[in-house]
Design a protein around this ligand. Structure first.
Ligand code: ASP
Length: 311
């Protein structure tokens, strides 16, 4: 597999062939993880730094686990413990990390484009673990792997992404990936939470959940990203749930075997009802977390090999 760059900054720059190759490798890591074995030779002697300027539970821990299962030395840095809280700029931080000869740098930042900026300044391969409202490529890859495992393909599916599309990097990366792989994507939400002009990405827009979910193969609920909202974009969480919360009645309009997905963290009773989230016959939310480790192992593996080739 030959990537166009040595970094993974977004889905936008990936060819469908690269996406499939990542997913095939991740599938083999998912099987390895289930067998309880590790492959510590893959990243032995390599240093992985997790640099998180925003909170994270799943993404940070799964990159840590992925790095460790492949034998890397893993260091977790969060802003509260780093010099950034003492006023150091992003570029000073980059220079410091560079001096440590880090091989793989996983970055989450509230500013869109921060990982791309770091990528220009460090020798390490940079992986975007979520930048503002821009992209979250490993989330889209793990969602795709979860879908492919259940539906056998990413082509010809109807996928409804519901809720706060405007502030969601998960929505953006998923739209780019799923359209590139040949699925139909619908975005469903109130006009205030759907960016104008989003149709240019090839999606169809729905403001009524009953229409948006009709005959969908996949229903993906998204959290209200209140940390990125300015002003009241919804009347109240309770009203949002009434119209846009994913509950059994709304899900009944999708295909009988439609899968329920959510990137986490979930706000139960706001964008998703517990009954639906915990229904093991429909919800693949836990499997998404499991596939997150496998996908991140594949990404670290591929980027480390790309770096070796370019060395
Ligand atoms: N965990 C995802 C993200 O970092 C989704 C969310 O926070 O709602 O974008």
């Amino acid at each position: 597999m030959r990537l166009p760059t040595r970094h993974l900054l977004g889905i936008e720059t990936l060819h469908p062939r690269d996406i499939s190759a990542f997913l095939d490798l991740a599938e083999s890591y998912a099987l390895l993880n289930r067998s309880g074995k590790t492959r510590r030779d893959v990243l032995r002697g390599r240093t992985l730094i997790n640099l998180f300027f925003e909170d994270s539970t799943r993404t940070r821990t799964s990159f840590e686990l992925a790095g460790k299962r492949l034998g890397a030395d893993v260091i977790n840095m969060s802003v509260s413990t780093s010099s950034v809280s003492k006023g150091e700029t992003l570029l000073d931080t980059a220079a410091t990390l560079n001096a440590m000869n880090c091989d793989l740098l996983v970055v989450r930042h509230k500013a869109s484009g921060a990982p791309a900026l770091l990528a220009q300044k460090v020798d390490a391969a940079v992986i975007n673990a979520g930048d503002g409202m821009h992209e979250h490529p490993t989330q889209a890859l793990l969602d795709a792997l979860t879908i492919r495992r259940h539906k056998g393909t990413l082509e010809g599916l109807t996928i409804a992404i519901c809720g706060d599309i405007a502030h969601s990097r998960v929505a953006r990366s998923n739209i780019l990936l799923l359209i590139a792989m040949g699925s139909q994507v619908r975005v469903v939400g109130p006009p205030t939470l759907i960016p104008s002009g989003i149709e240019q990405f090839g999606v169809s827009v729905f403001h009524d959940m009953r229409e948006g979910l009709r005959d969908a193969d996949i229903v993906m609920a998204l959290r209200l990203q209140t940390e990125r909202m300015s002003g009241g974009l919804i009347p109240s969480a309770r009203e949002f749930f009434t119209f846009y919360g994913l509950d059994a009645a709304k899900l009944a309009l999708a295909k009988p075997d439609a899968l329920v997905m959510h990137p986490g963290p979930m706000n139960r009773g706001v964008e998703i009802d517990s009954q639906v989230a915990d229904d093991v016959t429909r919800s693949v939310i836990r499997e998404q977390v499991e596939m997150g480790v496998a996908v991140r192992m594949a990404v670290l593996d591929v980027l480390a090999r790309t770096a070796l080739r370019n060395a």
